[in-house]
Design a protein around this ligand. Structure first.
Ligand code: SAM
Ligand code: SF4
Length: 265
């Protein structure tokens, strides 16, 4: 489906939980004071129905995210359900990789195509500091397991302050080169100030070609991270929420970030 500015809306990002097993110092997720009550979280059936309808409307690229998607109970079952929808050409997940060792093979078997793993440093102490307690070794083991399972290509999301020339980012780049992973740099955003930049080595952040819709874990569709517009699938019904969200996609983000990030994005 085309929006008002002739952009083909083809990419759906689904947040399956707002919970996380890390608390990265730049991230709005993992703040327990904002957690969505568990009875408000979408069921697998609701996520399936929404995704199937979105595919009918032209979505062919689906990414599962969070919070941390691997902490959602029975996530492998959800992946299996979504993989059964005909028409999804690109089915991926963004994860912090902490639980990937346990899940990589099961995710591949369930029908996931590929993964993005977040990694800002390969120094265990800095990793622990940034993630407030995370163990780098687990992520590295998870990456190996993902490679072995054939989740391919593996992309690394590396958050930088200003430039890919920062020392940690450079070391992550060398690591990726050695291991055959692709690296994408994401400049640290200040959601409250509405400061956002295109992903270096990725497609995100360019308003003129933005093809995305985002679904929060409590069933709200956000046409843009930097707009007030939001459409609840529970209040409006799936079809209406989807159509209105596509119709309301702004030409470009025009304000500070919305609540999507705090709701798990
Ligand atoms: N927990 C998963 C992970 O970390 O990969 C998925 C969700 S996380 C919100 C998705 C991506 O957003 C991660 O790559 C993370 O580094 C990035 N991110 C979070 N807060 C950010 C910020 N303030 N600026 C830029 N990127 C951010
Ligand atoms: Fe958790 Fe990902 Fe946010 Fe880090 S960036 S706190 S891993 S949701």
């Amino acid at each position: 489906m085309l929006d008002r500015f002739n952009r083909k809306i083809s990419y759906l990002r689904i947040s399956v939980t707002d919970r996380c097993n890390l608390r990265c110092n730049y991230c709005m997720c993992g703040n327990e004071f904002n957690f969505i009550k568990s009875d408000k979280i979408l069921s697998f059936e609701e996520i399936y129905e929404l995704t199937a309808k979105a595919v009918e409307y032209g979505i062919d690229k689906v990414r599962i995210t969070g919070g941390e998607p691997l902490v959602r109970k029975n996530i492998v079952h959800l992946i299996k359900l979504l993989a059964s929808i005909k028409g999804i050409k690109d089915f991926s997940m963004t994860t912090n990789g902490i639980m990937l060792f346990e899940f990589a093979e099961k995710l591949k078997e369930a029908g996931l195509h590929r993964i993005n793993v977040s990694l800002d440093t390969i120094d265990p102490d800095k990793y622990r500091e940034i993630t407030r307690g995370g163990e780098l070794k687990k992520v590295l083991e998870g990456l190996e397991a993902a490679k072995k399972a054939g989740l391919s290509p593996i992309k690394i999301n590396c958050v930088i302050r200003e430039s890919p020339d920062e020392i940690d980012a450079k070391k992550v780049a060398v690591f990726c080169h050695e291991k055959g992973f692709n690296i994408r740099y994401i400049r640290q955003m200040n959601i409250k100030e509405g400061k956002f930049w295109p992903v270096i080595g990725g497609e995100g952040g360019k308003c003129s070609s933005c093809s995305r819709l985002r679904l929060s874990s409590d069933g709200k569709i956000y046409p843009c991270l930097f707009s007030d517009k939001v459409f609840s699938i529970r209040e409006l019904g799936i079809e209406k929420a989807l159509k209105e969200a596509i119709r309301s996609k702004p030409k470009e983000g025009d304000r500070a970030g919305n609540e999507f990030y705090t709701l798990g994005g």
